[in-house]
Design a protein around this ligand. Structure first.
Ligand code: ZN
Length: 120
């Protein structure tokens, strides 16, 4: 297991531990560089909903066309606004390491990478 994989698992564990009530039926398909981003997003959403008994239930948190995508049920406007902010951030965050990056294109594949992780 590479260092990057290990960090990915660590973050996923901690996310599920802290925000599991919103993630019971969630499929994760994300890159390691975005895990901190996703954790920050869930923290903001949690702050809005924890203890209210009324909260989003996410079905998919994944990457598509170089952007974060979040799908689920019971997503209110405030939550939607938080998610939108992180979708924009994901487009500027290296998918490999989490450093500031930019959208790049290889063939039909869009991805976000810092200069170090850009694949020629
Ligand atoms: Zn990078």
């Amino acid at each position: 297991m590479t260092k990057t994989d290990w960090q990915f698992v660590k973050y996923l564990d901690s996310i599920e531990h802290e925000y599991g009530y919103m993630l019971e039926h969630t499929g994760f398909y994300v890159c390691p560089g975005w895990m901190v981003l996703i954790q920050d997003m869930l923290r903001e959403i949690d702050a809005l909903h924890y203890g209210t008994g009324d909260h989003p239930e996410f079905t998919d948190i994944k990457e598509k066309f170089g952007r974060l995508r979040v799908y689920g049920n019971n997503i209110d406007d405030e939550t939607e606004a938080i998610i939108d902010r992180y979708i924009i951030l994901s487009g500027e965050t290296c998918m490999t390491c989490g450093a500031p990056g930019q959208m790049r294109e290889k063939g039909h594949w869009l991805y976000v990478a810092c200069d170090e992780h850009a694949r020629g």
